[in-house]
Design a protein around this ligand. Structure first.
Ligand SMILES: [Zn+2]
Length: 296
């Protein structure tokens, strides 16, 4: 198996080649203007990896994730209401495959999932780069949340049974390097839970189609550039995991609960509600959930 974790999966320097498969060309398929910058979403025609160009720089990333970021979650009961059901599903699913042990939730926000893992027998802690969320969550849920990132190198090699990155990897500047750092701190045969949306899901294709028909870029509600520096499909994600030295143990999909929206956009969203039907959500849901394990 070829493991290229040292190679930076970052579009900052590699505008004319795909950092996952090495194809010589990527092409822009979408653009938007945020924070006074014109961002483009590029796709690699060979492997299907999507990337934000240019890559946000450190000050733009700090602006996105510090201060008021996730402020709406730092209210008693709010994280439970917004993410409780989803996190409970994640924790129950993880528990089916991964025996209890030391666990780390990277980018844990207010730490509710850390608490749920602890309640299921894991010796769980969290990392969160927003200092307010880290402090508030530690106090609220009585769990250990460090205001740090994995790049700070706080942990010993081979010290965790489980690492979680729930809707986080797509925000990192260098996913392959991050997966490499996770490899280092996982014990042999250790597990990782990863989730993010599928940029090629039926829902995503529906909104992209409407966006192109109307010429209104904002209608592609599944595009999250520049917050999501990367967008993945299932095959791209699995290729990336293999390249980083992991094997996929389990995969499933889900369809997020739609927000109540009585506007025209809310009406346009009605067909996507079909994706929430039992069975269809598992087959065609936008959200992808992977349980992967370190290859010995
Ligand atoms: Zn590629």
């Amino acid at each position: 198996m070829s493991i290229q974790v040292g190679r930076q999966l970052s579009p900052r320097l590699l505008l004319n080649s795909c950092p996952l498969c090495g194809a010589s060309r990527t092409r822009p398929i979408f653009e938007c203007d945020k924070f006074g910058v014109d961002w483009e979403l590029h796709v690699c025609d060979d492997c299907g990896l999507h990337m934000t160009v240019p890559c946000p720089n450190d000050s733009q990333l700090a602006e996105m994730y510090s201060g008021d970021y996730h402020r709406e979650l730092r209210i008693p009961g709010a994280t439970e209401r917004i993410f409780g059901q989803k996190f409970r599903r994640y924790a129950n699913w993880i528990q089916r495959f991964c025996p209890p042990g030391r666990a780390l939730d990277i980018g844990c926000s207010t730490g509710l999932l850390v608490r749920m893992l602890r309640d299921r027998g894991f010796d769980a802690e969290g990392l969160e780069m927003n200092s307010s969320s880290a402090a508030w969550g530690a106090e609220q849920y009585g769990v250990k949340v460090k205001n740090a990132t994995l790049r700070d190198g706080l942990f010993e090699e081979s010290s965790f049974q489980l690492v979680v990155m729930a809707d986080v990897l797509e925000h990192t500047v260098t996913p392959l390097m991050y997966l490499g750092m996770v490899r280092r701190i996982l014990r042999p045969g250790g597990y990782m839970f990863v989730s993010f949306p599928d940029v090629a899901s039926l829902e995503s294709r529906y909104w992209l189609c409407l966006s192109r028909m109307t010429g209104k870029a904002w209608l592609w509600r599944n595009s999250h550039i520049p917050g999501h520096i990367w967008e993945f499909t299932r095959s791209v994600a699995e290729r990336m995991f293999r390249q980083a030295g992991f094997e996929v143990i389990a995969f499933r999909r889900s369809q997020p609960e739609p927000e109540v929206d009585l506007s025209l956009v809310g009406l346009l969203a009605l067909p996507t509600q079909l994706l929430r039907m039992p069975g269809i959500n598992r087959l065609c849901g936008t959200q992808m959930e992977f349980l992967i394990r370190l290859v010995d």
